[in-house]
Ligand binder design. Sequence first.
Ligand code: WQD
Length: 339
Amino acid sequence: MSKTVLVSGGAGFIGSHVTVELTQAGYDVVIADNFSNCDETNYKGVCAILGKELPLVRMDFCDKAAVDALFAKYPIDAVIHFAAFKAVGESVDEPLKYYHNNLLSFINILEVAKEKGCNVLFSSSATVYGQTDVLPVTEQSPRQPATSPYGNTKTMCEDILRDSVKAYPGLRGIALRYFNPIGAHPSALIGELPRGVPNNLVPFITQTAIGKRACLSVFGNDYPTPDGTCLRDFIDIVDLAKAHVCAVTRMVEGRMKEEYEIFNVGTGRPVSVLELINSFERVNGVKLNWKFAPRRPGDVVAIWADPTLAEKELGWKAERSVDDTLKSAWAWELHLAGK
Ligand code: WQD
């Protein structure tokens, strides 16, 4: 019998790609989303890619009664939790909004999951590593104090999951630490849809290339890196989604080695901001208007993953090249523009 996976925040950027990969791997997926930070574009795209309507529950995970009702209605074997606020700058201005939403929604899920003996996959972030001199980072690398309330909610939710699986028999958890997810589905039917001015690099690049933004600011050119711009581990969104299928399968098949496990999800290859811009222009044959600007407060100089553990334990590794990923990001922006 096929297993059922609840994807909280399943209408968002990462959640929609994960939903597609899970469904194609044979899982039944229930999407739950409050649409606070997205519209139905990606949900409709998911259904178009899969050729069927998936169950969609409009709800807020801060509403415990709604979470109870959801678990009563569906036979949920595993939960992947994406439903969270994610704007770093906003979290500095409105920390309580972030602590309230990101912690309470996760606690509500764990309260029910512990009763049902359910598996929980938490969507964490490389942000928990902060800046470290020892690169690449492994899962054993020490976490640093978070530089924003958003980042702190990732660290805190990891700890909440770790402590909960220790205390409640039958509850198992995996935290996946994402590096920088970019790109879009090869169909160009789902992708990243930031509201307002994008904070992240690739949506800013594609929106500048299409003419929605006048000019991309490259934050900092005097970092101690080969070309003076920051180094990141840009991971293709479909590759990242596939890591979730591997992790969920490991959980539901009872193959976890410990009740709580952590995996880096990255490529292991550092790419600079300038390299990424140059690759975008080259592979898509478009010219980008960009200029250097002062450093952005809070940015780490360089971070990239050691993804060895995910390959060994999950049988997962990144496959798509940065070039192909940047082509998919551009195809998605063209699709949004109706071109
Ligand atoms: C990448 C690089 C910028 C925009 C953030 C979160 C992290 C994670 C992913 C999200 C940096 C530079 C960016 C621009 C630029 N979680 N840049 N001009 O900061 O590595 O990670 O997103 O939910 O927790 O912190 O990603 O894409 O914002 O920036 O020069 O207009 O691009 O300075 O060096 P970041 P990013």
